[in-house]
Design a protein around this ligand. Structure first.
Ligand code: NAP
Length: 263
C-alpha cells in the first residue's frame, strides 16, 4: 500500500478531477481542494475511492474547501493535510480561473486583472512556498522520500489572446514559478515541473466549444482533437512516478502539438 499523499488544488471538476482520479487509481491518497462546488468535490472523492478499489488499492480521499487566493484558507489546507495524514508528497497547483467575461484588451477591467492574478498567481506561489518548506523538513527526516511540485499553466503563458489579456498575463507570470522553485529546491531533492495544457474539454472551455471545434477542424493543432483531463493526468502521473529522475524545472506541453511552429 502506497501511503503517499497528493494535494490537488481545484480537483472538484475538470483537469484537477482527472488528476485526482488517476492518482487514486495508482494508490496515492488524495486531498481534493475546491472553492465552492461541494457536491462536485464529493463526486470526485467517490470516483477516486472507486478507481482505487478497482485497481486493488486502499486509499483515503478527503475534500478540503478553500480559496487558494486567501492566506488563511491556504493555511487551513495544510493544517487539514497535517492532521489527517501527517505528510505531503505531491502538490499539484491546478486551480485556476478564466475571466468572467472575455473583454477586449483596450476595455478589460482592473478588477478582473486583480482577481486572476490573486487566484492564478499569488495563490499557487504562496501555497508552493508553504508546501516546499514542509517538504524540505520531511525530506530531512526521511531522505528516501521523493516530493514533487507540479504546476498546470497553459499555452496562454506564451500565446496572445487579445480578448483575455488578464488570463494570458496571469499564466505567463505563473510560468516563472517552476524555474524559481526548481532552482531553489533541486538540492533538497524536490522535483518541480510545469505542465502546459492546450485546448482541453472542461467547464472552462464549454462556452467556446463551437469556436474551438472550428479552429481544431481548421488545423489549429497537428493532432486534430480536443485534449482531455486524462491526457494531462497521465503526464502528471509520469512525473510523480519518478519517470524523469535527472530532470528539473522542465515544461511539458500537453497540447496536441499546438506549440510547434509550422510552415
Ligand atoms: P474548471 O473546469 O473551470 O475547474 C476549475 C477548478 O478550479 C474547479 O475545481 C474550481 O473549484 C477550482 N477553483 C477555481 N478557483 C479556485 C480557488 N480560488 N480556490 C480553489 N479552487 C478553485 O477548469 P479546468 O479547465 O479544469 O482548468 C484547470 C487548470 O488548467 C486551470 O489552472 C486552467 O487555467 C488550466 N488550463 C485549462 C485549459 C483548458 O483548456 N481547460 C487549458 C490550459 C490550462 P469549484 O468547482 O469549487 O469552483
Amino acid at each position: 500500500m502506497n501511503n503517499e499523499v497528493a494535494l490537488i488544488t481545484g480537483a472538484s471538476r475538470g483537469i484537477g478531477k482527472g488528476i485526482a482520479i488517476a492518482m487514486a487509481r495508482e494508490g496515492w491518497n488524495v486531498v481534493i481542494n475546491f472553492r465552492g462546488a461541494k457536491k462536485a468535490a464529493e463526486e470526485t472523492k467517490a470516483e477516486c475511492l472507486q478507481a482505487a478499489r478497482q485497481s486493488g488499492h486502499q486509499i483515503e480521499a478527503v475534500e478540503v474547501q478553500a480559496d487558494i487566493s486567501c492566506p488563511t484558507d491556504r493555511k487551513r489546507i495544510l493544517e487539514s493535510v497535517r492532521e489527517r495524514f501527517g505528510r505531503l508528497d505531491i502538490l499539484i497547483n491546478n486551480a485556476g480561473i478564466a475571466p468572467k467575461e472575455r473583454a477586449d484588451l483596450l476595455e478589460a477591467s482592473e478588477e478582473s486583472f486583480d482577481l486572476l492574478m490573486q487566484v492564478n498567481v499569488k495563490g499557487p506561489y504562496f501555497l508552493t512556498q508553504a508546501c516546499a518548506k514542509w517538504m524540505q523538513d520531511q525530506k530531512k527526516s526521511d531522505p528516501t522520500r521523493s516530493p514533487k511540485i507540479v504546476t498546470i499553466s497553459s499555452i496562454s503563458a506564451y500565446t496572445a489572446s487579445v480578448n483575455r489579456g488578464d488570463y494570458c498575463m496571469s499564466k505567463a507570470a505563473l510560468s516563472m514559478l517552476t524555474p524559481l522553485f526548481a532552482s531553489r529546491l533541486a538540492e533538497d531533492g524536490i522535483g518541480v515541473f510545469e505542465i502546459r495544457p492546450g485546448v482541453i474539454a472542461t467547464d472552462m472551455t464549454a462556452g467556446v466549444k463551437e469556436k474551438y471545434d472550428h479552429l481544431i477542424e481548421s488545423g489549429l493543432t497537428p493532432m486534430p482533437r480536443w485534449g482531455t483531463p486524462d491526457d494531462v493526468a497521465r503526464t502528471v502521473l509520469a512525473i510523480c512516478k519518478d519517470s524523469f529522475p535527472f530532470s528539473v524545472g522542465e515544461v511539458i506541453n500537453v497540447d496536441g502539438g499546438f506549440h510547434l511552429r509550422r510552415l
